[in-house]
Design a protein around this ligand. Structure first.
Ligand code: EPZ
Length: 419
């Protein structure tokens, strides 16, 4: 397995462009199952997760090609299978996104239960209950979620509790082809959910309320193929900005949507980063000391849980004590123990990490456990004194394209070693 070797400390300096959003392209790929014909999606990041999802769609009978950032998904020959097999789903939880579209387009779907992830359980009860509200018969058979709607789906009403990005996407996609009107309440309004809704509308769906907690969907008989460009990845943008917070220096970020990263900028400025827009660029620098922060993750437009680990890496070097609470995933702190191997001083209790800042981190071998934890360890390694090895970097390859090359272009001393 490949690993990264990082020599630090190195301040960052240079320009970087934000890639298309992983968490936007995955539901868009699933939505292609609702459409007849060739969907074309551009600004697609070439990631392990994108490739995994393409493998899944091919397994279902979709002809798909990804090249030079453009994804072509042909469904004219129809769906060959309605089963998302365990061997694919276990590698990528987002496979659950095919449940709603397969059910709506084919009247049935069998998706392996995704199980948990590095930091604990990842339930799918809201996906199941939301689809049942559209008239589907839902059951579990031998580790698979089985959904049936032989007579097609009908409009219904459902309220998500808690707010769920995945369940909102799944039920929104199914409702697009359900007969009649659907009202969904307490919806996620992350930019990735809004883009999915806009892409569906562009294909002929009738959706009102995008960007708010309440969606009204009037089902239609069929959808045209998707035509859309994936929005920039706000979490990747936040990760590069957090890298400046951790390592110091100055970078210019291109292709970033200010309205999407606003919740992240507030915390980074509290940490001591100066961040300003210069034309289409976002300029971030940090030359002074890092300041402690008190952060709570929340659904958009709150501070995202996907940035929690990266901010912890910065807080580890702050002048004082920081408190980081993840209200969405209270156990999402596997990175804390690995950061402690680098000399950080962190105590995790009841969903809150108390981070007592230290003067410097020391390089050491560490283990990546999940996508954003990996990113946090890489950022910490760039700031740590000496050599850091980050193992199991396949985690980071799921959500960041060539991250070591792009960080090296910003001056980090990082290289990938084939393991
Ligand atoms: C999406 O996961 C993202 N993944 C995650 O990003 C992100 O952390 C998460 O949203 C929260 O923003 C993709 O978009 C592919 P949720 P998802 O359903 O949809 C509970 C990354 O690093 N819940 O919004 O699975 C759940 O336990 C990944 O890019 C239920 O109780 O997250 C959590 O507490 C990691 N029942 C809360 O809702 C359900 O049926 C939010 O989860 C579903 C969720």
């Amino acid at each position: 397995m490949d690993y990264f070797v990082i020599e630090g400390p190195t301040p960052l300096d240079g320009d970087v462009r934000v890639a298309g959003a992983k968490n936007a392209v995955l539901p868009l790929m699933a939505a292609a199952l609702l459409c007849r014909g060739e969907s074309v999606i551009t600004n697609v990041p070439d990631l392990r997760d994108t490739r995994f999802f393409l493998d899944l769609l091919r397994e279902l009978g979709v002809a798909g090609e990804l090249g030079a950032g453009t994804l072509r998904l042909e469904t004219a020959s129809g769906v060959r299978s309605v089963t998302a097999p365990y061997d694919i789903v276990r590698k990528m939880r987002a496979s659950i996104y095919v449940l709603g579209p397969l059910l709506a387009a084919c009247g049935e779907a069998r998706v392996s239960k995704p199980g948990g992830c590095a930091w604990g359980p990842r339930p799918v009860d809201l996906h199941v209950a939301g689809l049942a509200a559209l008239g589907a018969e839902m059951s579990e058979e031998h580790g698979y979620i089985v959904a049936r709607a032989p007579g097609g789906l009908r409009g219904g009403r459902y309220r998500f509790e808690p707010v769920s990005v995945g369940a909102t996407c799944n039920v929104l996609m199914a409702a697009a082809l359900a007969r009649g009107e659907t009202t969904l309440e307490n919806c996620a309004c992350e930019p990735e959910v809004v883009q999915l809704g806009e892409a569906l509308v562009g294909a002929g769906a009738r959706v009102e309320g995008l960007g708010t907690r309440t969606l009204h969907i009037q089902g239609v008989d069929e959808l045209q193929p998707l035509r859309c460009a994936v929005i920039p990845d706000r979490i990747e943008a936040g990760t590069f900005l957090a890298a400046v917070a951790v390592a110091g220096g100055r970078i210019r970020l291109a292709g970033c949507r200010l309205d999407h990263v606003a919740p992240i900028l507030g915390v980074l400025r509290d940490l001591g980063c100066e961040i300003r827009a210069e034309g289409d660029l976002l300029v971030a620098e940090r030359s002074g000391p890092l300041r402690p922060v008190k952060v709570e993750t929340e659904p958009f437009p709150g501070f995202p849980t996907d940035m929690q680990a990266q901010v912890m890496a910065a807080a580890a070097l702050a002048d004082g004590v920081s408190f980081i609470t993840d209200t969405i995933y209270p156990d999402r702190f596997t990175h804390a123990a690995e950061l402690e191997r680098l000399g950080a001083n962190i105590e995790v209790k009841n969903g809150t990490a108390t981070v007592i800042g230290v003067a410097a981190l020391q390089g050491a071998p560490v283990m990546a456990t999940d996508l954003r934890a990996s990113a946090a360890l890489v950022l910490a390694g760039i700031a740590a004194r000496g050599r850091t090895e980050v193992r199991r970097v396949y985690h980071i390859d799921r959500g960041y394209e060539r991250i070591e090359e792009r960080l090296a272009a910003l001056g980090a001393r990082i290289e990938r070693v084939a393991g």
